[in-house]
Design a protein around this ligand. Structure first.
Ligand SMILES: NC(=O)C1=CN([C@@H]2O[C@H](COP(=O)(O)OP(=O)(O)OC[C@H]3O[C@@H](n4cnc5c(N)ncnc54)[C@H](OP(=O)(O)O)[C@@H]3O)[C@@H](O)[C@H]2O)C=CC1
Ligand SMILES: N[C@@H](CC=O)C(=O)O
Length: 816
């Protein structure tokens, strides 16, 4: 025998009830008990009706008419016209009775728990009788059974406790007498020994079904609902949440406790104790496998799935009792829990420090004031004598929990959980893990809960893609190439690295756009940006912070100082920063160090590989040398792609001004080319290398011997080009003097501990820099391990594509 329970959504309309009938008929069992809830939403409607009447609100009458109409309409659309009359009069009769009760409530202005149960019982009684009539119209072999004659409870109205022994006996005896294939039972309702109607509280229909399943020793209990089973996380929050096809009873209990609304744990206990498997199925997708809950060890699609699911509970509050007077004093926790129990307050989570200095309990936020009041009274003397500090309350908190039987024997799960939360800037307020190790719970801020569930889901469910949320500022020369590369590689990243790119925000100096769903389209980002809001850096920064999305990376592809000034705000919220903008790392040493410190302290990657050598692995190599214990003795380098290009190309046949213009047109110069020609760009780069080598240095410490006449720096960029023209002879002479000695002009940067310089040099053919072509850069690292023959990095050191690819590589590094 199977027991099938259909919830409110499954019987909400005539169409749905037809589906129920199909499912029941298709059941392979020779006999089925079908337990049904009230039409979807009806329990709340009935409650509201009674409350209205009790409040003296005459509108209860109109409300009653609507509910009557809804039931009559279901009958009319479900049954053939010839078979409707007896059901229509059955509905009318019940509503006449309901009307009498409602009128009494209205008159007396009293809606006692006894009356509540009477009113609520109409929901399941009516739905089950209508369904019975439909079964009759299909000529199915069925029997309607009034649960009130079978399930016996105490008199705790609205949440009655079942007298198990007589109830079990009643069910098994009664069912044994029935020969019909279908036994149809209204869920949720029962009666006390006086014969008064009682109800079984939250999840009552599931409980009815579990009682029947246990009493008849059913082969299986099927819970038919509107979702296809229990999921690895709440699908409203995690778009990649998956159905769990098989789960143990204990895991299901843990998972359901926090938020998984598919089953309500206490209701499945009778079936669980009897070892009856429970199958969660979707009435609207009956072909889906659903979730099987039983005593068998959990199987997963992937063996490495240690965690079965992630659950959450929002709207909780923490109460903390702290004080030195608690240490070594037995009885504090006894008083605490007895007080809360006496005040009818459910404790959701408990933590106590091993120092015994503090105990922290999580309760429903609705209970927190009452809890504090009760505790203030109980601990009054300890608080006033200072042994215990006044009880603290923290609201706006949530719990996220990992659930899984297999976590017990698997080290590292909690480590991974907390490091994933930490990496995403999610502060953990309290932690609880039972010795069964089936559940690891963390209390976090409510505003972080969505992010927390998503990052945990990504971390523990291998097949789930990790979503990288990019906020890109700057879509010029380099930024637009970056977007093109992201577009080109997005499928590769998805399928090979499980990284799902999402452009969560995009800005230039005029417009900005954000996207909450799929992200700004990589195919149409230009038009999306064009149609965006007016740009405002403060607004952009605030929006990034407020969005609080997981795996967020701010990508600075501008050359702007104000944008560089925002990194601090991001890093201290654990948002990664990737920058090709060199301003932050070449600002004051204190600012540079602050960013590095924040990055470490908040686990927020801060990558700027492209600050030196564009896409060349210069900073990464230097970091590797130092991490492995090497020390930098000297750095010699050609670090300006622009200047290398200009002095390679310039031979006085084409004007110097024209050659510089070409460098700008080809995307090698800074947005303001005077930074290249004046040496500032190279100063920044050697400064960054010196700092990354572990030396304290500032721009003012670098000697810059300019080769441009001072007048080139006056006025605008166009004035600058004008001055280059004016001084053509100066550049010609520089070139010819070098050529006359068989030398080439190279703009060289040098760093040795204590000193750094940049300037133009005429290098001979023996120099490492002589054969450096095009826009190439070269860096020679002389270190303790490479004292004579330096470690050399050489290659294209400027250009939008190579720079974009360096930024791209940094972005990917933030994931690992
Ligand atoms: N080119 C290269 O080879 C290399 C470049 N870099 C660095 O890359 C960065 C970008 O260079 P590049 O792409 O050539 O510069 P572009 O001038 O071509 O683009 C700059 C982008 O930043 C935007 N922008 C400027 N100011 C702001 C602001 N205050 N707020 C928001 N957005 C702003 C611009 O918007 P709008 O168009 O509206 O002005 C534009 O979209 C520079 O820092 C450069 O040093 C690093 C290594 C190599
Ligand atoms: N303008 C720079 C670009 C890279 O940083 C250069 O010319 O090297």
């Amino acid at each position: 025998m199977y027991v099938l329970k259909f919830g409110g959504s499954s019987v909400a309309s005539a169409d749905n009830i037809r589906k129920v009938a199909e499912i029941v008929q298709a059941s392979e069992a020779s006999q089925v008990v079908v337990v049904v809830s009230a039409l979807g939403g009806m329990t709340n409607e009935l409650l509201a009706l009674g409350t209205k009447a009790a409040d003296g609100d005459e509108n209860y009458k109109g409300h009653l008419d609507e509910l009557r109409e809804r039931h009559l309409n279901v009958v009319k659309s479900l049954l053939p016209i010839t078979g409707q009359s007896s059901s229509l009069s059955m509905v009318m009769q019940h509503f006449n009775e309901l009307e009498d009760i409602a009128e009494s409530i209205f008159r007396l202005r009293e809606f006692s728990l006894v009356t509540k149960d009477r009113i609520l019982a109409f929901g399941e009684t009516l739905s089950s009788k209508i369904i019975a009539a439909y079964f009759a119209s299909l000529s199915l072999s069925y029997r309607w059974l009034d649960a009130r004659n079978i399930i016996l409870t105490n008199s705790k109205f609205t949440n009655a406790k079942v007298h198990m022994e007589p109830t079990m006996e009643n069910i098994s005896k009664t069912i044994a007498e029935f020969k019909e294939k279908i036994i149809l039972v209204p869920g949720f309702i029962a009666s006390n020994k006086k014969g008064q109607t009682t109800t079984l509280g939250r999840g009552g229909s599931d409980y009815t079904a579990a009682l029947f399943a246990a009493a008849v020793n059913a082969t299986r209990l099927e819970i038919w609902t509107d979702v296809s089973g229990m999921m690895t996380a709440d699908p409203r929050w995690v778009s990649g949440a998956k159905i769990i096809t098989h789960i143990s009873f204990k895991e299901a209990m843990e998972l359901s406790h926090f938020g998984a609304k598919v089953i309500y744990p206490p209701t499945i206990i009778p079936a669980m104790n009897a070892g009856i498997p429970i199958l969660i199925k979707n009435t609207f997708e009956p072909e889906a496998a659903g979730t099987l809950i039983d005593n068998e060890p959990t199987t997963h699609e992937l063996d490495q799935d240690i965690v079965t699911g992630i659950s959450s509970m929002t709207e909780i509050a923490l109460l903390s009792i702290e004080g030195s007077g608690m240490v070594g004093v037995p009885g504090t926790s006894k008083t605490l829990f007895e007080t809360l129990a006496a005040a009818q307050i459910n404790v959701i989570l408990i933590t106590q420090s091993s120092s015994e200095h503090s105990i922290c309990v999580a309760v429903d936020v609705a209970d927190v004031e009452a809890a504090k009041e009760a505790l203030d009274i109980s601990f009054q003397s300890e608080i006033s004598s200072g042994k215990i500090e006044p009880i603290k309350i923290e609201r706006s908190l949530s719990i996220v929990a990992l659930v899984g039987d297999k976590m017990k024997s698997h080290p590292g799960i909690s480590g991974k959980m907390f490091s994933v939360l930490g990496r995403n800037g999610i502060n953990v307020r309290a932690i609880a893990q039972g010795s069964s190790e089936k559940n690891i719970s963390a209390v976090i801020s409510f505003e972080d809960v969505k992010k927390a569930i998503n990052v945990l889901h990504e971390a523990f469910f291998e097949k789930v893609y990790k979503q990288l949320n990019l906020f890109i500022i700057g879509v010029g020369n380099v930024g637009s190439r970056l977007l093109a590369q992201l577009k080109q590689q997005r499928e590769y990243l998805l399928h090979n690295l499980n990284i799902q790119l999402r452009i969560a925000g995009l800005a230039n100096s005029r417009k900005m756009v954000f996207s909450d769903n799929g992200g700004v389209s990589l195919d149409h980002w230009e038009s999306a940006l064009q149609e965006g809001h007016k740009y405002d850096l403060h607004h952009f920064t605030q929006t990034v912070l407020e969005k609080n999305v997981r795996n967020a990376v701010v990508v600075d592809v501008t050359a702007n100082a104000a944008v560089a000034g925002t990194y601090k705000k991001f890093l201290e919220k654990s948002i990664a920063v990737v920058a090709c903008n060199k301003i932050a790392c070449s600002s004051t040493y204190e600012d540079y160090m602050q960013l590095k410190t924040l990055s470490k302290a908040f686990n927020a990657p801060f990558f700027f590989e492209t600050n030196v050598g564009a896409g060349l692995p210069v900073i990464g190599t230097l970091n590797d040398l130092l991490r492995s214990g090497d020390e930098v003795l000297k750095i010699q380098a050609v670090l300006s792609g622009t200047l290398n290009f200009v002095f390679n190309k310039y031979d006085a046949t084409e004007s110097f001004e024209q050659v510089v213009r070409t460098a700008q047109k080809d995307g090698y110069t800074e947005p303001d080319p005077r930074l290249d020609l004046g040496g500032t760009d190279v100063m920044r780069k050697i400064l960054i290398l010196a700092r990354e080598s572990g030396f304290e240095l500032n721009m003012a410490d670098i000697k810059n011997t300019p080769f441009l006449p001072a007048s080139c720096f006056e006025g605008s960029v166009e004035d600058f080009y004008g001055q280059l023209k004016v001084h053509e002879q100066h550049f010609k002479k520089l070139y010819e003097d070098a050529a006359a000695q068989n030398r080439k002009l190279k703009y060289v940067a040098t760093f040795e501990p204590g000193k750094a310089s940049v300037g133009l040099e005429a290098v001979s053919p023996e120099s490492d820099f002589y054969h450096l072509y095009g826009k190439d850069n070269i860096v020679l690292f002389y270190t303790k391990r490479y004292p004579d023959q330096p470690l050399v990095i050489k290659g294209a050191g400027a250009g939008a594509d190579v720079t974009a690819s360096g930024v791209f590589a940094d972005l990917i590094k933030t994931v690992y």
